[in-house]
Write a protein that binds this ligand. Sequence first.
Ligand code: 3HC
Ligand code: NAI
Length: 654
Amino acid sequence: MKLSDPVTISQKGDLAIVTIDNPPVNATSQAVRAGLLEAVKRIEAMPEVAAVVLACAGRTFVAGADITELGKPPREPHLPDVIAAIEASRVPWVAAIKGAALGGGLEIALGCHGRVAARGAKLGLPEVTLGIVPGAGGTVRLPRLIAGADALDMITTGKPVSAEKALTTGLVDAVAEDDLLEAATARAGALAAEGRPVALLDRDPVAPLADADWDAAADRLRKKARGQASPLEALAALRDSANLPAREALTRERARFLRLSGSEEAAALRHVFFSERRAGASLKAAEAAPADLGHVGVIGGGTMGAGIAAALLLSGSRVSLIERDEASCAAAAGRITGILEGSHKRGLLDDAGLADATARLETGSDYAALTPCELVIEAVFEDMDVKTEVFARLDAIMAPDAILASNTSYLDVNALAARTARPERVIGLHFFSPAHVMKLLEVVRTDVVSDRALATAGALAKRLRKTPVVAGVCDGFIGNRIMSAYRRECDFMLEEGALPWQIDAAMRDFGFAMGIYAVQDMAGLDVAWAMRKRRAATRPADERYSRIADRLCEMGRFGRKTGAGWYSYEDGKPVPDPLVEGIILEESERLGIARRDFSEADIIARIMSLMQAEAQAVLDEGIAEGPTDIDVTMILGYGFPRHKGGPMFLAGRV
Ligand code: 3HC
Ligand code: NAI
């Protein structure tokens, strides 16, 4: 029986199967809500039906509200009313969960009287990651099904749990060993025989938290949220749910959800959600078969090469890693196994997985080991001569259609490509440190890049679960170019009256994990210094240039690794250093600048306008494919606070 386009009812004896079919992820669009409500009404009028299984077509259960509808005036029927109708049904409903039951999807499952999940399914309430709170009973029903602490964790972090974990917390009744529909049917039959369970809304909270636990959780969240409102709002909704009658808590939750849906934070996070999915579109559009990624070569096993190799090993690839000599090979292998062991400790790899990944690594100095590879990624020193030599050796030995990639941060990939006999099969693959963790992959396309090289970059990003953005060739591509520009501007603010720790505090209060000076101390000041010295000869005489960083470097203050940089360090913690302040004041005086006060708002306004101006230049020059890619780059690669949407979102340019 077809009720609306996406919802149908079929019957098997006294069992009704309600199926939602709304690709790609069965989101609860208005048509789905209307269809479900109609299904409940029809089933109430079918006396022969004793139980219902709620199933989905395609690869997933309901993945939540339709995010494109959020922030717009909601259209009837509303999801809470649909769920209330299911919950009040005279017969038990059992949700058959595969793929993902997220947000409104899990809330529908909580309105059902039983839940059975397929192996590998994930269940969660990710609303806080969209700047909202659950809006259809999640904060009220979940803590009436599972322990308060577990509900708090799921709802305030937004992180989904596996079917197996859901079974241990009581979120699902069973995990189907084999056929999900069969297992759900069996559960529905059992509930029909036992009698429909009491609705969650009519139960008391399970193991509710004490007042002190709520306060401690609020403190923790406030520190972690860095100005994002939704996790604390979710906590407040949960606290209502614990302290108020369920139906009153439900009304309050809905009001909170509607208020937050219209917030700037929610708009920013929705923008990021869709921008991430749009990123790298041109790679998917490339009409060529990608290179095989089952065996990949990596040259250089330092910070980046080791991280890239580890990421490849974790994805199931074989890796041949080339280093300069035996000692460097051993050091590289040590770094890589260190990363793999870390993944093992965190439970991302089991014992067999660790042994398998380790066995897929070979290190050596002989390029011959690379010849079976269709992709080689170079991560040697940031020096054009060293890279040119490596590319010449690769070009001579690799199969003609093999792709050669460079992880360079700044160098001219067009020039590197032109020095090979295969310029169209040379590409930039700019990973971020640590490469096995950071989600961003900046793909640098040369002027002559082939579709196959682009398709390979896209396939690699997918395999490593990274978000790719495509950048054209320029000094620093998208990310480092914008970053360098605003770092320069911060140094000018120092000359004009600010201090490094003030700028860092303003950035942290804005939502960055770290300020720009703490970041430089962590990464090391020497690399940028070397680059500035290289460029000194070609710098226009009238270009404004701050000498403060150079003066620190001249004193050997390269950051944490030398015990001092922009800050000095006490017990590993950065502390403002009067010596640095002295150097800054001297520079202001030397330049004849009368120092003035900078408020946090002044600092952020200056950083944003500079970032936005450079981003606009990057767009105008065709370096980035669109403003959303710039936001994705700054958020995933440079710690720009996700809940602020990115510099272009803030500038209103998207
Ligand atoms: N609404 C609208 N579109 C959605 C969507 C949603 N909830 N979830 C996914 N999509 C779209 C994506 O934009 C993408 O579209 P595209 O192909 O045009 O780019 C397509 O579906 C496939 O998505 P993914 O590329 O992300 O596919 P994956 O297989 O990698 O992941 C997923 C599937 C795990 C379901 C992932 O898409 C996801 O996490 N979706 C968001 C889930 C979510 O946040 N739900 C909560 C919504 S808020 C809510 O429910 C409020 C409630 O409390 C009232
Ligand atoms: P690193 O100094 O940690 O590692 C470089 C490694 O390359 C060393 O282990 C060295 O022994 C090896 N090497 C040098 N010449 C070689 C050769 N001819 N053959 C084989 N191996 C050789 O440097 P890091 O930080 O890993 O940087 C590597 C590249 O990645 C650079 O181009 C850098 O700009 C880029 N990059 C660095 C990032 C970072 O945060 N460190 C981020 C993104 C890119």
